[in-house]
Design a protein around this ligand. Structure first.
Ligand SMILES: Nc1ncnc2c1ncn2[C@@H]1O[C@H](COP(=O)(O)OP(=O)(O)O)[C@@H](O)[C@H]1O
Ligand SMILES: [Mg+2]
Length: 288
């Protein structure tokens, strides 16, 4: 019997991380695999010792990239690949990757590195960004989920306060897609194929995230939406991806972001599709 570990972050107290891991564990067990849930700190990264109880593969739901790399180096197949997790975990990095493949997305400017104790406020740099993107615009931190680190900037005062606050942090400036205010699409992709999609909309916020008050419903994707979502996942190398799509001016799709460890509970509730089963099926097929 094959053996797998499902790794999630042990320091996060929200139940949804545990729940996501359990969905994967149950799917693995349905497929006849011996699955063990592990918090990231339950795998000891002692580099001078051999890793004990090696599994045949790891489903990696955490962003502990060092642990993912450690396991990969021990010769264990890790899904997603640690490099993909790392790319997706930093929105700035993933947008660079998406742009390389000419993926349609909002106009995006990667903020330069500014050390926390210094400033480039007098350099004219920020005025140039304001001129290129205009207001309102989006400022988005590199690391963030559930819409928590995405800001709608409406005034110059807010703009300068935010860039000052974000010294030392990776972030991007992005065109605000007004036609997508409070609505987007989540597409789940497994091994280059779309397995589920939902529309999300919010009456109260420009962000459509469900955790942030968005309401989800089933959606039939257009061919353009399907194609773009698949290309976006491919551009970052993600075998498992939750791609967020925005609605452009003429309803044309634009990529908002690619998640490497997308939560799958909401899409299960809305569509009845258990993405975890597809993920396990894909891994089993790949390792066969
Ligand atoms: N450029 C944008 N224009 C309009 N809405 C956006 C834009 N970027 C993000 N959003 C909204 O904010 C939400 C959160 O942004 P996202 O980049 O997906 O970050 P997170 O990782 O926090 O989900 C999106 O689901 C979308 O509704
Ligand atoms: Mg998102």
């Amino acid at each position: 019997m094959k053996k797998c570990w499902v790794i999630y972050n042990g320091s996060l107290t929200s139940d949804k991380f545990r729940d996501q891991a359990e969905l994967l564990k149950d799917a693995a067990e349905r497929a006849g695999i011996n699955a063990t849930l592990k918090k990231n700190y339950e795998v000891l990264m002692a580099l001078h010792e051999e890793l004990g109880g090696r599994p045949d593969f790891v489903v990696f739901l955490d962003k502990d990239i060092l642990l993912a790399t450690y396991l990969k180096n021990a010769g264990i197949p890790v899904f997603n690949d640690p490099e993909v997790i790392e790319t997706c975990d930093n929105k700035a990095k993933q947008y660079i990757q998406l742009a390389k493949d000419k993926i349609a997305m909002p106009e995006t400017i990667i903020a330069p590195k500014v050390y926390p104790k210094f400033t480039i406020e007098k350099s004219g740099y920020y005025e140039m960004v304001l001129e290129k993107l205009g207001l309102p615009m989006i400022i988005k931190e590199g690391h963030g989920s559930f819409g928590m680190k995405v800001y709608l900037i409406e005034t110059e005062k807010e703009f300068f306060a935010k860039v000052d606050e974000l010294r030392g942090v990776d972030y991007v400036f992005q065109e605000f897609i007004e036609t997508s205010r409070g609505r987007d699409i989540r597409v789940n992709i497994v091994g280059g194929e779309i397995v589920a999609a939902m529309h999300r909309s919010s009456e109260t916020d420009f962000r459509a995230n469900i955790t942030n008050g968005g309401v989800a419903s089933v959606i039939e994707l257009t061919p353009a939406q399907k194609e773009l979502a698949i290309r976006a996942a491919e551009a970052v190398g993600a075998e498992f991806a939750g791609v967020d799509l925005l609605f452009g001016e003429n309803e044309e799709p634009l990529v908002c972001e690619v998640n490497a460890a997308a939560h799958i509970r909401n899409i299960y509730n809305v569509t009845g599709i258990n993405v975890a089963d597809k993920m396990i099926e894909y891994i089993v097929g790949k390792l066969a």
